[in-house]
Design a protein around this ligand. Structure first.
Ligand SMILES: [Fe+2]
Length: 166
């Protein structure tokens, strides 16, 4: 079992009893990995991206426990510490990788324009799944394509999946 698979299983344990959240995480990881490979990320960046995709929503449970509810901001606030603890416990991640993964967890709902491909791809992968789970309208999906999507493979998957080529 490699590190990514180990982390995926640790996240299933962490989200025990919540199949919706577990399946969300698995899907976001699959699209992040797919887009990352299509966009030609180097091995280290792909590893960081895949790890971040697996733990990106780790702050939800912590927010619910602490505040009784959760939202994007609270997830970003609470997620990094929980992610850091899990990555450190599992081992096999360098300090630099942990820092980057935690930064991504802490910013994945902040759609600022940024050239960093790991960050951009994580946001696109999360949106590919969220637009479906939230049953967004074709117009909303077109707006997301225009305003947020940047990578060629992410745009192609979005357009094909939602049939919005026009
Ligand atoms: Fe998510």
């Amino acid at each position: 079992m490699n590190k990514i698979e180990e982390l995926a299983l640790a996240m299933i344990d962490y989200n025990n009893g919540d199949p919706k959240r577990i399946q969300h995480t698995t899907k976001v990881h699959a699209y992040a990995s797919m887009i990352g490979k299509c966009e030609g990320l180097d091995e280290d960046t792909l590893f960081i991206l895949e790890s971040a995709a697996l733990v990106h929503d780790i702050g939800i449970r912590a927010s619910e426990k602490k505040y009784g509810h959760q939202n994007g901001k609270l997830q970003e606030q609470e997620g990094p510490a929980v992610a850091r603890e899990m990555l450190t416990r599992l081992g096999g991640f360098t300090d630099r990788q942990i820092e980057r993964i935690c930064w991504l967890v802490g910013h994945h709902h902040t759609y600022h324009i940024c050239e960093d491909l790991d960050y951009q791809i994580l946001i696109e992968a999360d949106l590919l799944v969220n637009l479906f789970e939230d049953e967004e309208s074709p117009n909303a999906i077109r707006a997301v394509r225009k305003n947020i999507f940047r990578t060629e493979s992410g745009i192609r998957i979005l357009e094909t999946m939602y049939g919005i080529n026009g």
